[in-house]
Ligand binder design. Structure first.
Ligand code: NCD
Ligand code: ZN
Length: 455
């Protein structure tokens, strides 16, 4: 039996922050009380430190399998471990896309061979997905399903593409509201969340243009696309009992549409990302294509609305949409630079900084750990420091600072949207199920599966 005792810190527990010690045995938290001792393991002095539950990032793109030059499960989970993220939940747009139980199982085996933190896998909803596909992916351990409403599917490449597509026999049209109406009852029955990339393809089509400048990007992806997709998906999900989850909410208009849907009882959760809370379009001049992503980082009014939504608890989850490419690809002229930025390594510190600015630093573990663990059905094992939970612990120095620098990034893409930002707080130690996971750690990640509640 190996024990880990974290002593003398301020621990964020489900009852709030407490001055207690945390004792874990064989990877599981046993006791959370003052004055604990051990003679069978490692003792960590956390005096003056915060002790927080490991983050669960429900929106990452490992690129594995498919594009190992951009990222793989080893580099992804290395970056995650360095940043205090002990569970990464991977989106299904790897190649081949995760549209069946067989692909999900192969991806799980691949991830298992490389991951240094725990991982979960989303399944893909395509226009042609059947109820059986969903049942089989659920049985294989999918945490939920994701539909890309504006992204077509290449049949020959088995790949989700960034655009709604044109008349091409190789392209299957994006999943649409009909697809959601057809499958939401099945997803509800399985008790899993139905996540959407909320951009409406008809709105995007009306604003399509060459993307030569950041202004073009903003005009091509207007907030109406987000609001329309969100409202329509909410209308479809409303009476099915399905839990609809909105990935990377980016706009004030989208937030209003979500609040309207919530006010009439729609089962809806919202996720946003640090880059939408910390940056605005004005930062483009300084940051460049590292902040090119979809949906785009918009203006100050959108940022302020999202901060307010988070403060009011309407937005419950902060994820990263960690979407790396190579530095070379991102350095191409704006028009050709692919969309997405790494973020998993800076999730926790950036959220602690934001929460402190809001006046309650303890909101951060709720956004990045408690709420996302609940979203994917892990509320009995992850997301809290309490007896019986996995000993995924992050020791944070509230007096130190972290500057986001390319040479510190463990991801393959080193220049991120948040480069050069300085955050209060620094990650000191990270434990995955009681074992040191940061710098040089030898932890092995396991696949997480939702504790299914059949309805
Ligand atoms: C994501 C990617 O690169 O996979 N890119 C992005 O700009 N957000 C796709 C996505 O999350 O929609
Ligand atoms: Zn997306």
């Amino acid at each position: 039996m190996t024990e880990l005792l974290v002593k003398g810190g301020t621990v964020y527990t489900p009852e709030g922050p407490r001055r207690v010690d945390v004792l874990a045995s064989d990877g599981v938290i046993m006791r959370v009380e003052p004055g604990l001792t051990t003679d069978a393991g490692e003792v960590v002095d956390a005096t003056g430190m915060y002790v927080l539950p490991g983050a669960v990032d429900v929106h990452v793109h490992s690129r594995d399998p498919g594009f190992p030059e951009k990222e793989d499960f080893a580099s992804l989970t290395d970056a995650a471990a360095a940043g205090g993220v002990t569970v990464v939940v991977d989106m299904p747009n790897t190649v081949p896309a995760v549209d069946s139980a067989g692909v999900l199982e192969s991806k799980a085996a691949l991830a298992h061979s490389k991951a240094r933190v725990d991982f979960g896998l989303w399944g893909l909803i395509r226009a042609s997905t059947t109820p059986e596909d969903l049942e089989e992916m659920s049985a294989a351990g999918a945490v939920g399903f994701k539909a890309y409403l504006a992204y077509s599917f290449s049949l020959s490449r088995k790949q989700v593409l960034y655009s709604p597509g044109v008349d091409d026999p190789d392209l299957e049209a994006p999943a649409d509201y009909g697809t959601l109406a057809r499958l939401a009852p099945v997803v509800a029955q399985l008790g899993l969340p139905l996540a959407i990339h909320a951009e409406d393809p008809t709105v995007l089509a009306a604003f399509r243009r060459p993307l030569l400048t950041y202004e073009d990007l903003l005009e091509s992806r207007p907030p109406e696309a987000e609001a329309v997709a969100l409202s329509a998906a909410a209308a479809v999900a409303r009476d099915t009992g399905a839990h609809l989850h909105i990935a990377h909410l980016s706009s004030a208009l989208g937030l209003r549409a979500a609040e309207d849907a919530m006010s009439i009882g729609t089962n809806l959760t919202l996720e946003t990302c640090p880059q939408f809370l910390l940056l605005t379009a004005d930062d483009f001049e300084r940051v460049g294509s590292a902040m090119k992503m979809l949906p785009p980082i918009r203006g100050a009014a959108d940022r302020d609305a999202l901060l307010d939504g988070l403060k009011r608890g309407v937005i419950s989850v902060v994820s990263t949409d960690h979407a790396p490419h190579t530095d070379e690809e991102k350095a191409q002229p704006f028009e050709h630079a692919p969309s997405g930025s790494p973020g998993v390594q800076t999730l926790y510190v950036s959220c602690l900084h934001l929460a402190k600015d809001m006046g309650d630093v303890w909101l951060a573990p709720r956004w990045v750990s408690e709420a996302p663990a609940r979203l994917i059905g892990l509320e009995q094992s992850k997301g809290a420091i309490a007896p019986g939970f996995d000993a995924d612990l992050v020791v944070v120095d509230p007096e130190a600072k972290t500057r986001v620098a390319a040479h510190e990034m463990r991801s393959r893409q080193t220049h991120s949207a948040l480069e050069d930002r300085e955050f209060d707080f620094a990650i000191k130690h990270v434990y995955l199920r009681g074992e040191a996971a940061d710098s040089g750690g030898k932890t092995r990640g396991r696949m997480v599966r939702p504790a299914l509640v059949m309805r």
